[in-house]
Ligand binder design. Structure first.
Ligand code: SMG
Ligand code: MG
Length: 369
């Protein structure tokens, strides 16, 4: 049990090495909120997965900052002696706002673990110290440009290639990449861009032996995903639709997916992510760690999560160089065998480099003493 003395919020921005285009837009810069929590004995870091706009989710940096400043940080400062497991209760009067809550829950847990000298990976019950990594490739201008990018990432060692797709830029691209690489682990992610009227697209994709089709339909429509899963052979995976362990249990029960993408920030932090993992494990559903173009802070958190036993598929835990010229932490480097080391130090095992943090910060606020 420990008391939170202060919370420092920062808005940081880092240019991406190449634009990242999805079915809902193009990002050229990573802009996110970092929280640093000071407890009586330690400090901890949390990174928010929200973005500049409410496109991937209904939360965005502006809503997260407001939720933190107006409700969540004051609740934490008022809470007195607590442990990370108490925070769901501390934040219980605020509905939703999972990405905002995750930022504080992860930062608090990091501080708690640093205080007792335990790594996040060990706390979560990780069963390995390296994890297999995949890469998510944005929608490219042309098929040939995509093929070239795939070639480059495979040469770096990535163990699974995920292609972003949208209506009209799908089957032909997948066919081209599959023809180049008959045996790679290949998947697609539609970010909710299709409807059940597009079932023929997914039937056509069946021919290309994809590992999965991620979030093909509307983010709120689990029943329709179940209807689609009955009509295609390829495993469906849900991302946006899974906001909690309860969502995961419901989706699995309905037959809406056979694989789950776990993003700890999307589900309200690593503690809920562990519950999602457990629900899926008990149902025999494999999971993998999603990514939100995190800086080294969020990446360290993701790597610890990805080392849990039911994370049996390579995640979107790519090397820092795939995103940034100069990360906020020391860079995470992909080994030639396509794996990355899980941080072993106390907590998430990394901290921002002071000079980089200052250079990237555009807004800062300290709450508490
Ligand atoms: O972190 O490498 C990464 C990005 C992985 O494709 C990725 N994320 O829907 O899974 C997803 C997307 C959401 C990111 S939108 C900016
Ligand atoms: Mg996704």
């Amino acid at each position: 049990m420990t008391r939170v003395r202060a919370v420092e919020l920062r808005l940081v921005g880092l240019p991406l090495v190449r634009p990242f285009r999805t079915s809902f837009g193009t990002s050229t810069e990573k802009v996110c909120i970092l929280a640093r929590i000071e407890t009586e004995h330690a400090e901890g870091w949390g990174e928010c997965v929200a973005d500049l706009e409410p496109d991937f989710s209904s939360e965005w940096n502006g809503s997260v900052w407001a939720a933190l400043e107006d409700f969540l940080v004051p609740a934490l400062l008022r809470a007195g002696d607590v442990s990370a497991e108490d925070l769901d209760r501390v934040f219980g009067s605020v509905r939703g706002n999972r990405m905002a809550k995750a930022t504080l829950i992860d930062a608090f847990l990091d501080a708690e673990l640093r205080e007792r000298g335990e790594s996040l990976a060990s706390y979560l019950g990780a069963d390995r110290d390296r994890v297999a990594c995949g890469v998510s490739i944005g929608i490219a201008e042309t098929t040939d440009m995509l093929r070239e990018q795939v070639e480059g990432y495979l040469a770096e060692g990535y163990r699974r290639i995920k292609l972003k797709i949208e209506p009209g830029i799908d089957v032909e691209r997948v066919a081209a990449v599959r023809a180049d690489h008959p045996d790679i682990m290949l998947s697609v992610d539609a970010n909710a861009a299709y409807s059940l009227d597009d079932v023929d697209v997914f039937r056509a994709l069946d021919a290309h032996r994809l590992l999965m089709v991620e979030q093909p339909l509307h983010f709120e429509d689990v029943v329709q995903h179940a209807a689609l899963q009955r009509q295609v052979r390829t495993d469906l995976c849900l991302d946006e639709s899974i906001r909690s362990a309860a969502d995961a249990a419901g989706a699995i029960e309905l037959g809406a997916c056979r694989i789950v993408n776990i993003k700890q920030g999307r589900v309200g932090g690593v503690l809920e992510a562990r519950r999602v993992h457990d629900v899926c494990r008990d149902a025999g559903v494999p999971v993998w760690c999603g990514g939100m173009l995190e800086t080294g802070i969020g990446r360290a958190t993701n790597l610890a999560l990805a080392a849990m036993p039911n994370f049996t598929l390579p995640g979107d835990t790519s090397g820092s160089a795939r995103y940034f010229l100069d990360d906020i932490t020391e860079p995470f480097v992909l080994a030639p065998d396509g794996t990355m080391g899980v941080p072993q130090g106390p907590g998430i095992g990394v901290t921002p480099r002071e000079d980089r943090l200052e250079a990237c910060t555009s807004r800062r606020e300290v709450c508490g003493t």
